[in-house]
Write a new protein. Structure first.
Length: 221
């Protein structure tokens, strides 16, 4: 989260750092790290062998309306922010005879959005900034169903750019501004930005199950 020229000391176990420095001005941010997000889909493909590609996870997840009561906490290497518990381990709860791989795929995608929602709520608590829009990028952002879950879970507009490698693009913009390729950050750079798709909330905001998030951490870890 961009917090502007104010450095915020997090009370929610987030990292407070520098987003960028330009023309003698420093812009700060709040950062939260989830240890296992996109890697959970790789686990589904390589270790469980329930899918053959990341795209197949989306296909299976879209074939069921919900997880049928299944929840996954992917603490394979502990829990990152805002918990920072290196001893936590992954669990899957709510398994019944009617659970199939489609429910597992959907639970995997939900587990990623649950973690992101934990981080977003921590950022809003620290900054007193209410988020209305999210800008997403990276490999996981190609999943339409997961981005829709994120919109439904947070009530935010989820904006996905045409160029999803935003980290590299941002570094290129800064280099270009520093060397005179572009002169104005607000106008020239903004004109280069292109939104590929915006996903908005469908229906009521999805309420996170008490089985998940802090309940899991407090009761089981």
């Amino acid at each position: 989260m961009n917090t502007g020229e104010e450095r915020i000391d997090s009370k929610s176990n987030l990292l407070s750092g520098i987003a960028w420095g330009l023309d003698g001005k420093v812009i700060y941010d709040l950062e939260g790290s989830a240890f296992n997000a996109g890697s959970v889909i790789k686990w589904l493909r390589d270790e469980l062998e329930l899918i053959t590609s990341a795209q197949e996870c989306d296909i299976f997840a879209e074939e069921v309306p919900d997880t049928n009561g299944l929840y996954l906490v992917p603490a394979f290497t502990g829990l990152g922010a805002p918990y920072w518990d290196m001893y936590a381990r992954g669990i899957m709860v709510g398994i019944t005879r009617s659970i199939n791989k489609r429910h597992v795929c959907r639970a995997v995608l939900e587990s990623i959005t649950y973690q992101m929602t934990d981080l977003l709520e921590a950022m809003m608590s620290d900054s007193d900034i209410i988020l209305k829009d999210l800008r997403v990028d990276g490999g996981a952002s190609v999943s339409n169903i997961m981005m829709q879950m994120q919109a439904d879970m947070t009530g935010c507009h989820v904006n996905r750019p045409k160029n999803r490698e935003a980290t590299a693009l941002g570094a290129a913009y800064l280099a270009g501004l520093a060397t005179g390729v572009w002169k104005d950050q607000a106008e020239e750079i903004c004109r280069l930005e292109a939104c590929g798709r915006t996903l908005t909330q469908l229906g009521k905001i999805i309420k996170r199950s008490h089985i998940y998030a802090s309940f899991i951490h407090k009761k089981l870890y």
